[in-house]
Design a protein around this ligand. Structure first.
Ligand code: SF4
Length: 738
């Protein structure tokens, strides 16, 4: 990766304290839904980033103590020595590819409900939890603060023992206790940790100094900090205290990892922040205030822009979370001049939704994400074909395109046919909705690659029939014919069709997406899908001047989008656009030009008049061709492999469709042990023997007796680590087989 032409700047080594990064590509800490519950999967995923050329690969936030327990979410953990082996898996995997491993130590303060450990939650002052749970965080005493510093120092020592090269002090995203101390809206203490900025910064300064003292001889110390909360005067602002904090701590950390808060701002969806580097305006000043290297994120995927940012002194490292998920091999592709092959992040936040739902990470663009260990999938490698078979794919949506691409990469002769004039299926129409243009990258990347391949034929405006398929003598057929939206109102809430006399025109979502409109008038968008599409259509129609009323049985607009961290923006946008919102109501009937709505709680009824209605409730799988092939004796005699994939098999997210297409291609002509696609390697808790926990608890009890709880941190008086809150815990086995 030495000569990278116009992008050589990106491949210069950069010193960070006592360590050196081999280039400027820096994967900042990001959640994965793998964490302490799935340590081998986590390690394999991080190792893949290192293999892809990232100079620094960070893990996700690592809880330093049982009072920072984010259960049921699976972050990394560093509560005691028993967590070291799982984290060593990460460092070993990352180091094997010549990258530096970074760890983000975290105490989540009032963001941690401690549901598993039942420990008290902690905060600068008494404070409600940030999740809805009937419990409050305790304002920390001086002794609590001393304990916290001790836990943090112990975690740093353990991180070093696990092999990490960079150790983070984390004060970002409104999720970290040190940031809670910094913010005057939260921290109203009157002692030396509250009041003036110097006092509120004190804890961050102490943590940096403690960490330097503990591990700084061999590890670089990074500070990840929010410099703006995007809430004006009611929060931290980059031109006010954000700048002052950087000035005060300027040379103390070895590296500044700067972001904006909260997480939904720092990882905004492309629907609301479409430009690369949208955060730069808030944090570009940092480079002017320190000689230490600075990393910042911005969903960067364009190497020209990356070079520009380095050369003009905005950043030292190109930080990335989502672009590294979407394409773990982004640095290598830039180094090798394969820019057009970069699988660019589309900013959909399906990755974030995995963490929020407590399941392993997934990605719309990269179906191998999170599958590196449990399925052994590699984003850039795939097993070669096992025969000279050819394959026909009917349907050029996300699943069909992905299936065709992977089959072609395996070496099969591939024909893809779609009845539409353009390939892309649902992505083509959905990406035309307001703000969703970046979603087109799902098509663009795959189509570009398919068009380069000699073993691929692509046909548009080509509706396939059973006779056509028999005529082609296609022996291996994948049907990716997608879905269409119902118009009868059957959905999540109502399982009976809506009663209507036809007096209000009902337009299908597919027709609206295809451009069909009625004349001006009032439109009801009824959303019982409760995901993202209905609010997008309402936004589009309101933007076109229609009088739109959004009706949903849900209690908020588009509840699914809380998982992609954009629900609050979507509802705000509809209000701004003048869309009338009726929540908690379902359709009772549509008669005499009137829609009768009934309250889902009280059954009280209200009547509203509309010219037309768009009912977005549920999709119907388009399986006609598949069913006809199944029924045809001639086809059955000819076709050796017939498979329904994507939405036609199981309607879901675009990410699900891509994943299914990928899996179908991977397992095509697989050996008999591999053909059950839903069996994968699992990490299963072992039953820790009681005496093992006894062994663990005894010495800690003794240490507790010895602890100095006086004014000075206990570690000043003891050469060993002490852990005031030991737990017996179930351990995890290292290996399980399929
Ligand atoms: Fe980007 Fe979406 Fe993949 Fe996340 S899931 S990395 S936002 S493409």
């Amino acid at each position: 990766m030495s000569d990278s032409g116009p992008y050589s700047t990106l491949f210069e080594p950069v010193r960070i304290g006592p360590v050196t990064a081999k280039n400027r590509f820096y994967q900042v800490p990001h959640c994965s839904g793998l964490g302490h519950l799935r340590p081998q999967a986590d390690a394999a995923m991080r190792a893949m980033k290192a293999e892809g050329g990232w100079a620094v690969v960070s893990n996700q936030e690592s809880e330093i103590h049982p009072s920072s327990d984010l259960s049921p979410y699976s972050e990394n953990r560093l509560w005691d020595d028993r967590d070291i082996p799982a984290l060593s898996l990460i460092t070993e995997g990352v180091h094997a590819h010549g990258a530096l491993a970074a760890i983000q130590l975290v105490h989540n303060g009032f963001h941690a409900p401690n549901l598993q450990t039942r420990a008290p939650a902690l905060a600068p002052v008494d404070h409600s939890l940030s999740i809805i749970y009937p419990k409050q965080a305790r304002g920390m005493s001086k002794r609590d603060i001393r304990d916290f510093r001790l836990w943090h120092r112990n975690a740093a020592l353990r991180a070093k023992q696990a092999g990490f090269d960079i150790v983070y002090v984390y004060a970002g995203h409104r999720m970290a206790l040190p940031l809670h101390f910094l913010l005057p809206q939260i921290n109203t203490r009157t002692d030396e940790y509250g009041g003036c900025l110097e006092n509120r910064v004190r804890l961050i300064r102490e943590l940096l100094e403690d960490t330097h003292e503990a591990v700084g001889n061999t590890c670089a110390i990074a500070l990840r900090i929010c410099v703006d909360e995007l809430v004006g005067e009611s929060g931290l602002q980059s031109q006010e205290e954000g700048r002052a904090v950087v000035e005060m701590l300027s040379e103390i950390p070895d590296l500044w990892d700067v972001n904006i808060s909260d997480w939904s701002n720092d990882s905004a969806t492309s629907r609301y922040e479409s430009q690369e580097g949208y955060q730069l305006q808030y944090m570009e000043f940092v480079k002017q205030m320190t000689t230490k290297p600075v990393v910042g994120v911005g969903r960067y995927t364009s190497p020209d822009l990356m070079v520009k940012l380095i050369k003009r002194g905005s950043l030292d490292f190109i930080g990335a979370a989502r672009p590294s998920i979407s394409d773990p091999f982004l640095p290598k592709k830039i180094a090798e001049g394969r820019i057009d092959e970069i699988r660019e992040c589309i900013g959909c936040n399906i990755c974030a939704s995995s963490d929020i739902l407590g399941v392993p990470i997934r990605c719309t663009q990269n179906p191998t994400m999170g599958e590196e260990w449990r399925r052994g999938w590699h984003p850039e490698k795939i097993q070669a074909k096992v025969s000279d078979s050819d394959a026909l794919i009917v349907g050029g949506g996300p699943s069909g395109l992905e299936c065709a691409l992977q089959l072609a990469r395996r070496g099969y002769e591939v024909t893809l046919a779609d009845k539409a004039k353009q390939l892309g299926g649902r992505v083509l129409v959905e990406s035309a909705l307001p703000g969703l243009n970046a979603w087109r990258r799902v098509i663009d990347n795959r189509l570009y690659l398919l068009q380069q391949m000699a073993n691929v034929q692509l046909f548009t405006s080509s509706e396939m029939t059973v006779e056509d398929i028999i005529g082609l003598e296609a022996k291996h057929v994948f049907i990716a014919t997608g879905t269409h939206w119902r118009t009868d109102g059957i959905g999540r809430t109502d399982r009976q069709p809506v009663r209507t006399d036809g007096s209000v025109e009902i337009i299908s979502a597919d027709d609206v997406l295809a451009g069909r409109r009625t004349g001006q008038g009032s439109v009801m968008v009824y959303d019982d899908d409760q995901c993202y599409l209905a609010s997008s259509i309402a936004e589009m129609l309101a933007g076109e001047g229609f009088d739109v009323t959004f009706v949903t049985p849900a209690s908020i607009v588009s509840p699914w989008t809380e998982n992609t961290m954009e629900q609050h923006r979507i509802q705000a946008d509809l209000i701004r656009l003048g869309v009338k919102i009726v929540t908690g109501h379902q359709i009772a009937c549509i008669v005499d030009g009137v829609v009768e709505l009934s309250c889902v709680y009280s059954a009280n009824v209200q009547q509203l008049s509309f010219t037309s209605a768009i009912l977005i409730t549920e999709r119907t799988r388009e399986t006609r061709l598949y069913d006809e092939l199944e029924r045809s004796t001639e086809a059955r005699a000819l076709i050796a492999h017939l498979e329904l994939i994507g939405d036609a098999s199981s309607p879901g997210l675009i990410a699900d469709a891509v994943y299914q297409g990928h899996m179908a291609a991977r397992y095509f002509e697989a050996s008999s042990e591999e053909i059950e696609p839903y069996i994968y390697r699992r990490e299963i808790p072992s039953l820790t023997h009681h005496t093992e926990n006894e062994k663990w608890l005894k010495p800690l009890e003794n240490e507790l007796d010895d602890q100095d709880l006086g004014d000075r941190p206990a570690w000043k008086n003891a050469n060993r680590r002490v852990d005031p809150v030991p737990y017996g815990r179930e351990s995890r086995v290292v290996d399980t087989s399929r």
